[in-house]
Design a protein around this ligand. Structure first.
Ligand SMILES: Cc1cc2nc3c(=O)[nH]c(=O)nc-3n(C[C@H](O)[C@H](O)[C@H](O)COP(=O)(O)OP(=O)(O)OC[C@H]3O[C@@H](n4cnc5c(N)ncnc54)[C@H](O)[C@@H]3O)c2cc1C
Length: 467
C-alpha cells in the first residue's frame, strides 16, 4: 500500500456486492486496472445476507415440505427430528462456497481486493480505514443498503429480527409475526411455515406483494393460507411490547379494529435504506435525494465528474441483477464504450421464490386500469399444462398484456411453480419485439410448464388448445 505505483488505479470500486464485483470483472475485461474495497465479505448483502442464503433456506424448506407428499405413498418420515442448526449450517456453507467463488473470480481477472472501510477524501482520491490513500481516474460507489429501522419496531436481533437476524437464527421459534409482506416477508413466511412455525403475515397495503400483479398475489395468498399461514392484508402494525419470552404486536385492520397478536419472535421487513452516509459523497459534489439515494444519469454517472453510483444506493429497483447490470453499464461508459441506455424498469424481471413463485415485468393490469391504458389480455391457467398436474403443482397462471393495435408485449406476470425461470422467455420476447405468434408457433416440449407460456401467447389472437 505504500508503493505509489500500486496506489493509482483506473477505477476504484467501493463495495464488493453484485454491483461492485461484477463491475470490477467487466472493468478488467475492458483493460482497466481496478481495485475493489470491501469492509465486510465479498459478495455483499446478496451473497452473504440476502438472495443466496434465503434461496438456500427456501430450497431446504421445499424439500422438507414435500416430505408430506411421501406419506401419501406410504413412506413415513419422522419430521420431528429436524435440526434447524444443521439447516442453517448448510445455508452458511453455500454462502462460503459462493463468496470464495467471487474472490476467485476477482483474482483470476487480476482485480486488486482490499479489506477495509473506504471514504472519498478528495478529487479522484479514496482513503481506506482512515489511513491508506488510493487515487483513481474513476470511482464507482456500490455500497448497497441495510434494513430500515422504524421507531417502535427497532430490531434487537433476539426477539425482534431484521432479515439479517433471521438468516443468522439457529433455532426455530414456535411462532413468528412477520411485518411487511413484500418479497422478503413472503419468502420467510413460506420458509418458517414449511418448517412448522406458526406464522402471521401482516401487510398494510391491499394485498401481499403490493408491487406485483393482483391476480398472481391472490393465487399466492390462497396457497399460503391453505398451508396454514395467517395472512392479514390491509392491516397496520401499531407497536410492539416485549416480555422475557414473547412479543405482543398490536395490529389494526382497515375497519379500525385492533388486536394483540403474541409470538415468540417478530420479523420486521418494512424496507431498506441506502448506505450513503460517511462516504464523503456530498463533500465530493455527489447529489443525494431527500432519502439519501444517489441521483444518477443514464450511465450511472453522478453529479460529480468521475464518480459513478450503482445498485441499492440508487432509486432503481433494489435487486441484485439491477446492481450487476448497472455495474456493467457504468464501466463501459467510463471505458469510452457505448453501453445500452440506463436500465429500463419495464425490462427488469421481479422474482419471488416462495412456492408458488411469482415473477413479472412491465405493465401491470392495475396500472392499465387506473391509467386507462387499453390492453389485449390473455390468461392461461396452470392446470391446462399437463405437467403442472403431473408434478402436483397446479396452482398458477400466466398473464400477458399486449398493445391492442400492434400486439407488442407490454407486460407479463406468472404465478406458479418455476415462474422465476419461465418469465425469461416472455422477457426476451418483450426486449426483442417478438409478436405473440412468434412464441405461440414455437414448438414447446411436452410436457413442460413452458407450454403454459405458449398457450397464453396463443390466447392473445386466438384460442389456446388446452383451455
Ligand atoms: C433477505 C434478502 C433477500 C434478497 N433476495 C433477493 C433476490 O432473490 N434477488 C434479488 O435480485 N435481490 C435480492 N435481494 C436484494 C439484493 O441483495 C440487493 O439488491 C443487492 O445485494 C444490491 O447489491 P449492491 O451491490 O448494490 O449492494 P450490496 O450487496 O449491499 O453490497 C454492498 C457492499 O458494500 C460494502 N460497503 C458498504 N459501505 C462500505 C464502505 N464505506 N467501504 C467498503 N465497503 C463498503 C458492504 O459491506 C457490502 O458488502 C435480497 C435482499 C435481502 C435482504
Amino acid at each position: 500500500m505504500n508503493d505509489p505505483m500500486k496506489n493509482h488505479y483506473d477505477l476504484i470500486i467501493i463495495g464488493a456486492g453484485p454491483g461492485g464485483y461484477c463491475a470490477a470483472i467487466r472493468a478488467a475485461q475492458l483493460g482497466l486496472q481496478a481495485v475493489v474495497i470491501e469492509k465486510d465479505q465479498p459478495g455483499g448483502v446478496c451473497l452473504n445476507w440476502g438472495c443466496i442464503p434465503s434461496k438456500n433456506l427456501i430450497h431446504q424448506a421445499d424439500v422438507f415440505h414435500s416430505m408430506q407428499a411421501m406419506e401419501a405413498v406410504g413412506v413415513g418420515v419422522d419430521r420431528s427430528s429436524l435440526d434447524y442448526a444443521a439447516v442453517q449450517a448448510n445455508s452458511r456453507q453455500v454462502v462460503k462456497t459462493l463468496t470464495n467463488g467471487v474472490s476467485g473470480l476477482l483474482k483470476k481477472n487480476k482485480v486488486d481486493y482490499l479489506n477495509g472501510t473506504a471514504r472519498i477524501s478528495g478529487t479522484g482520491e479514496v482513503t481506506v480505514d482512515g489511513k491508506d490513500k488510493l487515487t483513481g481516474k474513476h470511482i464507482l460507489v456500490a455500497t448497497g443498503s441495510r434494513p430500515m429501522q422504524v421507531p417502535g419496531f427497532e430490531c434487537d436481533e433476539q426477539q425482534v429480527l431484521s432479515s439479517t437476524g433471521i438468516l443468522a437464527m439457529t433455532a426455530l421459534p414456535q411462532s413468528i409475526v412477520i411485518l411487511g409482506a413484500g418479497a422478503i416477508g413472503c419468502e420467510f413466511a413460506y420458509v418458517m411455515n414449511s418448517f412448522g412455525v406458526k406464522v402471521t403475515l401482516v401487510e398494510a397495503m391491499d394485498h401481499i406483494l403490493p408491487t406485483e400483479d393482483f391476480e398472481s398475489c391472490a393465487v399466492l395468498e390462497s396457497c399460503l393460507t391453505r398451508d396454514g399461514i395467517d395472512v392479514r392484508a390491509r392491516t397496520r402494525a401499531l407497536g410492539l411490547k416485549k416480555t422475557a419470552k414473547s412479543v405482543s404486536v398490536s395490529l389494526q385492520d382497515s375497519n379500525g379494529n385492533t388486536e394483540e397478536v403474541l409470538a415468540e419472535k417478530v420479523l420486521v421487513v418494512f424496507g431498506r435504506v441506502p448506505n450513503t452516509e460517511g462516504l464523503g459523497l456530498e463533500e465530493a459534489g455527489v447529489n443525494l435525494d431527500d432519502r439519501g439515494y444517489v441521483s444518477i444519469g443514464d450511465y450511472c454517472q453522478t453529479s460529480a465528474a468521475g464518480i459513478y453510483a450503482i445498485g441499492d444506493i440508487t432509486r432503481t429497483p433494489a435487486l441484485a441483477h439491477v446492481a450487476s447490470k448497472e455495474g456493467e453499464i457504468a464501466v463501459e461508459h467510463m471505458a469510452g464504450h457505448h453501453p445500452e441506455q440506463a436500465v429500463n424498469p419495464d425490462s427488469v424481471p421481479s422474482a419471488i421464490y416462495c412456492e408458488p413463485q411469482v415473477a413479472g415485468f412491465g405493465l401491470r393490469e392495475d396500472r392499465a386500469i387506473a391509467e386507462g391504458i387499453a390492453v389485449k389480455k390473455s390468461v392461461f391457467q396452470y392446470p391446462g399444462a399437463g405437467k403442472t398436474i403431473a408434478i402436483g403443482k397446479p396452482e398458477g397462471l400466466v398473464k400477458v398484456l399486449c398493445d391492442p393495435v400492434t400486439d407488442e408485449l407490454l407486460g407479463a406476470h406468472i404465478v406458479g411453480h418455476n415462474a422465476t425461470e419461465l418469465i425469461h422467455e416472455l422477457l426476451l420476447a418483450h426486449n426483442s419485439e417478438l409478436l405473440p405468434e412468434d412464441i405461440a408457433h414455437t414448438i414447446h416440449a411436452h410436457p413442460t410448464i413452458s407450454e403454459a407460456v405458449m398457450e397464453a401467447m396463443r390466447g392473445v389472437n386466438g384460442k389456446p388448445i388446452h383451455a
